[in-house]
Design a protein around this ligand. Structure first.
Ligand code: SAM
Length: 222
């Protein structure tokens, strides 16, 4: 199949149901202006995160991997006024850009961007007795995805939705001999879900403006 058709349909859907306003297009522009990687979720995926959040009435959200705050803004917009989103970002420069973008979107009162390695910050959230999160979006570096998921479970309650992006990687996950650490990281997570009695999980393939990829969608069992 001509892949151009996925792009056209993705654009059709986002024009119809996930149009970007100035705060979102400014956030995408900031990636170029600040020489940051252009690896944010697509507009459609931002809207998809909102739909998932609203389906579980999410008031408390945890995000791993902020970049310029594009997915942060989509998610924060689906929170009620008293909702809270904590986003973890290893790069202090990216975190600063994201804070400005979140402020520009009028969402600073809901968003707390914390700087550091997620594997260092997650145990701190646990030690601080953070209330369980309703929705967790894992979108940071791929090698420790399984460890991130295990921490996410510790910060969850029955019914929490956990979404992990980029777990198909243009079908590279089909190669059991892959030497790519990112592929190996997501393979470890994907395979661990098979026997994980704590969650009901699946993987949704995604195509469109981004390359062929996929997302884990897992709900914590009652
Ligand atoms: N969620 C963002 C969006 O859609 O707008 C995109 C996130 S980007 C794919 C991954 C981000 O994770 C980068 O900003 C990167 O600096 C950050 N990151 C990489 N390693 C990390 C780590 N160990 N802890 C926290 N963040 C990390």
């Amino acid at each position: 199949m001509n892949e151009d058709i996925f792009l056209k349909v993705d654009n059709y859907i986002s024009n119809l149901l996930a149009p970007e306003d100035k705060a979102l297009t400014d956030t995408i522009k900031s990636l170029e202006e600040e020489d940051m990687p252009r690896i944010s979720v697509s507009a459609n995926h931002g809207k998809f995160l909102q739909v998932l959040m609203m389906s579980c009435n999410a008031k408390r959200v945890l995000e791993l991997g902020t970049l310029a705050g594009y997915s942060t803004i989509w998610q924060a917009r689906a929170l009620p006024e008293n909702g809270k989103l904590i986003s973890l970002e290893v790069d202090p420069r990216y975190a600063e850009v994201a804070r400005k973008n979140v402020e520009n979107a009028g969402l600073s009162h809901k968003v707390d961007i914390r700087v550091g390695k997620a594997l260092d910050l997650l145990p701190i959230l646990i030690a601080e007795n953070e209330e369980p999160f309703d929705f967790i979006f894992i979108d940071a570096d791929k090698p420790p995805y399984k460890e991130y998921f295990d921490y996410a479970l510790k910060l969850s309650r029955p019914g929490t939705l956990i979404v992990c992006d980029n777990v198909v990687r243009e079908a590279k996950i089909l190669d059991p001999h892959s030497t790519d650490e990112r592929v190996r990281g997501v393979q470890r997570l994907n395979e661990s879900l098979q026997g994980n009695k704590n969650v009901t999980a699946t993987i949704l393939q995604t195509v469109g403006v981004k390359e062929h990829d996929g997302m884990v969608i897992a709900v914590v069992n009652r």
